[in-house]
Design a protein around this ligand. Structure first.
Ligand SMILES: *Cc1c(COP(=O)(O)O)cnc(C)c1O
Length: 435
C-alpha cells in the first residue's frame, strides 16, 4: 500500500506522515490485560534474574564494582516545578548502568552471558550453575572464548554493550553499524578491541548484513536486535529493581499510586522488555507509553496499522533521519510489537529540537546529562495529561507517579555533552526556568 492508502484508512497517520508531534491511545489496550495474553513466557524474567546473579561475582571481579546491574531512581523536584507536572516525577537513570552506560546493559549483557555460559558448560569450564563463575576470568577460559565470535548490528549503544562485554570475556567481537552512528561510539568500540564494520543506508541494513555473515559461520553468535528473546528477557529484569526503589519511596504501585512510565523506543526490545516486566509485577496499576522521534515512528506505525514489522516509516514517506541515534529505526521488531499490542497504553512522537530543550533544561535544573535519545520520555507527562487518558480511566493526576526512563548517555564524552547543550534552539522556553 502507498502512503495515501494508509492515511485514508487511519486519519491520525496524516499528521504522522507530516512529521507532526502526536499522541496515540492504543484501542487494543485494557488495564486488565495481563502478560499471559502475549507469546512470551512469564518465567523468562526469573530465569534472567538468576543468570545475572550467577555472573555477579565475575562482573565484580572483572570490573571491580559492587553492584554491576543497578541504576538510580532519582526524584527531580526542580525539573517537575519548571514543567508544572502534578503528582511525583522521577527519572530512572539507566545512563548510570555500569560498563555500558545505557539500557542496553540489561539486554546485551544478558545475551552475552547466556552464550558464554552455554559454551563454558559444553567445554567443561563450568560443571554447573552453582559453580564459581570467576573461573571464566582465567587464561584458559579466554583461550576458549577467543575462538568464537559474537556479532551484532547496531546504531550505537547495543554495539557498545555487546562489544565491550564480548571482548571482556575474550570473544572476538564484530559490530555492524549504520554510517549514521556517532563517531565517538565507533572509536570507543575499536579501542576496546572490537571490529567495527560500517554500512551505508540505515540500521536495518547493518542488522541484515551482520545476520547474513554470521549465519555462514558455526563459531559465530549473532545478537539479533529485531528477533532475540534473550535480549528481551534481559530488559525485563529492570522491573523488580524499580519495584524495590518505589517501595523505598513509599510509592509501590496500587489503587492510590498509579505508575506511569515513559520509554524511548527504537526497535522496541528495550522498552518492550521493561514494560513486560512492569505489567507482570504491577498489572492494572502501571501504564506504559512509548516515545519516538517524529521522523522515526516505527513502533507507532506497526501498532496503529497492526502490520507490525511489515510496515516501515519510509512507507509513509518519512526519511528516518533523527539526531536521536538510538531511536533511528524505520521498522519495529516483530517480537516486541506483537507483545506490546495488548499491554501498551499509547505512544507519542517528539521533535528533535524538543530533545535538546529537555537536555539543556535537565542540566540547568538537576545537573545531570542524558543523551538526546534518552530524553524522548520527558514529554510523556505533559502529552498524556493532554490526551484524555486520565479522564478515560478516572485517574486523579495528583496521585500519579511518573517515571521517565533515562535510557542512556553514561559513556558520552564531555565535549559531545557540551556540544549537545549548544544545540538547543529556543532558550528558556519553559516557565520558571529562569528561577
Ligand atoms: C536502544 C536505545 C533505546 C531503545 O531501545 P530499543 O530496544 O531499540 O527499542 C532507547 N534509548 C537509548 C539511549 C538506546 O540506546
Amino acid at each position: 500500500m502507498n502512503s495515501q492508502k494508509w492515511t485514508e484508512k487511519f486519519p491520525l497517520l496524516r499528521r504522522v506522515a507530516a512529521a507532526e508531534e502526536i499522541i496515540w491511545l492504543n484501542p487494543s489496550f485494557s488495564p486488565f490485560h495481563s502478560v499471559h495474553r502475549t507469546s512470551i513466557r512469564e518465567s523468562i524474567v526469573e530465569e534472567s534474574e538468576k543468570r545475572f546473579l550467577r555472573f555477579k561475582p565475575w562482573m565484580q571481579e572483572v570490573f571491580s564494582i559492587d553492584e554491576p546491574y543497578q541504576s538510580p531512581l532519582t526524584e527531580v523536584r526542580k525539573l517537575q516545578h519548571v514543567l508544572q507536572i502534578p503528582g511525583r516525577l522521577f527519572i530512572k537513570q539507566d545512563s548510570e548502568l555500569p560498563v555500558a552506560g545505557s539500557i542496553k546493559a540489561r539486554g546485551g549483557f544478558h545475551e552475552v552471558f547466556a552464550w558464554a555460559e552455554q559454551l563454558a558448560l559444553k567445554h567443561h569450564l563450568l560443571t554447573g550453575w552453582s559453580d564459581d563463575y570467576r573461573r571464566l576470568n582465567t587464561p584458559e577460559a579466554k583461550a576458549l572464548f577467543s575462538s568464537y565470535t559474537i556479532a551484532v548490528g547496531s546504531t550505537g549503544n547495543l554495539g557498545m554493550s555487546i562489544g565491550i562485554m564480548g571482548t571482556s570475556f575474550g570473544f572476538q567481537s564484530t559490530v555492524h553499524m549504520s554510517n549514521d552512528a556517532k563517531k565517538w561510539k565507533k572509536d570507543r568500540l575499536r579501542n576496546s578491541g572490537a571490529r567495527v564494520l560500517e554500512y551505508t543506508g540505515d540500521y536495518s541494513r547493518a542488522v541484515e548484513e551482520g545476520r547474513r555473515q554470521c549465519l555462514k559461520d558455526e563459531t559465530c553468535h549473532f545478537v539479533d536486535d529485531e528477533r532475540s528473546t534473550l535480549l528481551f528477557a534481559g530488559y525485563t529484569t529492570a522491573a523488580s529493581e524499580l519495584a524495590v526503589q518505589l517501595r523505598q519511596a513509599g510509592l509501590y504501585p496500587d489503587e492510590n499510586h498509579p505508575l506511569f512510565v515513559y520509554l524511548p523506543c527504537g526497535v522496541g526490545g528495550g522498552p518492550g522488555g521493561v514494560a513486560f516486566g512492569l505489567k507482570r509485577l504491577f498489572g492494572k496499576h502501571v501504564h506504559c507509553f512509548f516515545a519516538e522521534p517524529t521522523h522515526s515512528p516505527a513502533m507507532l506505525l506497526g501498532l496503529v496499522t497492526r502490520e507490525h514489522e511489515k510496515i516501515c516509516v519510509q512507507d509513509l514517506g518519512l526519511d528516518n533521519q533523527t539526531e536521536a541515534d538510538g531511536l533511528a529505526v524505520g521498522r519495529p521488531s516483530a517480537l516486541a510489537s506483537k507483545v506490546m499490542e495488548p499491554l501498551l497504553s499509547g505512544a507519542y512522537t517528539i521533535e528533535d529540537d524538543r530533545l535538546y530543550e529537555y537536555l539543556d533544561l535537565l542540566m540547568n535544573t538537576e545537573q545531570f546529562y542524558l543523551e538526546p535519545s534518552a530524553l524522548a520520555g520527558m514529554a510523556g507527562p505533559e502529552k498524556t495529561a493532554a490526551s484524555g487518558y486520565f479522564e478515560k480511566y478516572a485517574i486523579d493526576p495528583g496521585t500519579v507517579t511518573h517515571v521517565v526512563w533515562g535510557t542512556g548517555g553514561g559513556l558520552v564524552p564531555e565535549d559531545i555533552r557540551a556540544e549537545d547543550r549548544r544545540k538547543r534552539k529556543s532558550p528558556k522556553e519553559f516557565q520558571n526556568e529562569a528561577d
